[in-house]
Design a protein around this ligand. Structure first.
Ligand code: SF4
Length: 226
């Protein structure tokens, strides 16, 4: 990382560390971090001569493998319980269950080249946009045609990825800063597969307790090896 990205990571780490101490829950600190992230991305987009092509209704990337941290899953769970009906949650978990059956048969490498529609993608829009994970936020593609090509031919790794590098690097620096603060606060900072972690957070009442003690939050969910 060059100095500007290091500075962005350090700035987020320092702020998040203070907030994790001051906030009653990690979800509250994460919400504030998301706001800072969006401000950082808006500023770096303004400064970049290359602009992202991403727009509402374009959702090729919502069929790709997503990794999450446990704190992101707790925020999503809170959001769903506050804003979705029990019937909607039941239907979401049913779709997630179907996806999980496929995901569990795949290696991480196979999952990377397999299109699986995210259960939160409804009418080509993210239905949890305000609380979507960092990994979803940090897609800033410059060529929607290349995204379509890759979607239509997921096993073809020769299709060039087309990201605005500076924006993606600021985004990564920010999320890494927050994650380092989570880890240094003594909380679980492992990465998990999105779908299987989502299923477990609704099935396992002790997940938050394990997270708070720095233990492996999700036992059955797929843990992502570094
Ligand atoms: S959570 Fe939202 S942005 Fe992320 S993959 Fe699912 S639908 Fe797309």
């Amino acid at each position: 990382m060059t100095d500007i990205f290091n500075d962005a990571a350090l700035s987020e780490y320092t702020t998040a560390l203070k907030e994790l101490g001051a906030q009653k829950t990690v979800q509250g600190a994460l919400k504030k971090s998301f706001t800072r992230y969006e401000n950082l991305i808006a500023k770096s987009t303004e400064e970049s001569t290359i602009k992202p092509a991403c727009k509402a209704g374009c959702a090729y990337c919502c069929h790709y493998k997503v990794e999450v941290m446990a704190h992101e899953i707790f925020l999503i769970k809170d959001h769903l319980q506050q804003n979705w009906t029990a019937t909607q949650i039941k239907s979401l978990l049913k779709d997630a269950e179907e996806n999980a059956k496929i995901i569990k048969t795949l290696t991480q490498e196979q999952h990377l080249v397999t299109n699986i529609k995210c259960p939160f993608l409804i009418e080509n829009q993210c239905s949890i946009y305000s609380v979507r994970p960092f990994k979803c936020r940090n897609f800033h593609a410059t060529d929607a045609n290349a995204c379509e090509k890759s979607f239509n031919d997921p096993e073809n790794l020769d299709i060039e990825s087309n990201f605005v590098e500076s924006i993606a690097m600021f985004g990564n620096a920010h999320s890494q800063g927050f994650e380092a603060a989570v880890k240094n606060t003594g909380l679980d900072a492992r990465a998990y597969d999105f779908t299987t972690a989502l299923l477990e957070v609704f099935a396992e009442p002790n997940a938050l307790k394990r997270f708070s003690r720095g233990k492996k939050t999700f036992i059955k969910a797929i843990e992502i090896e570094e």
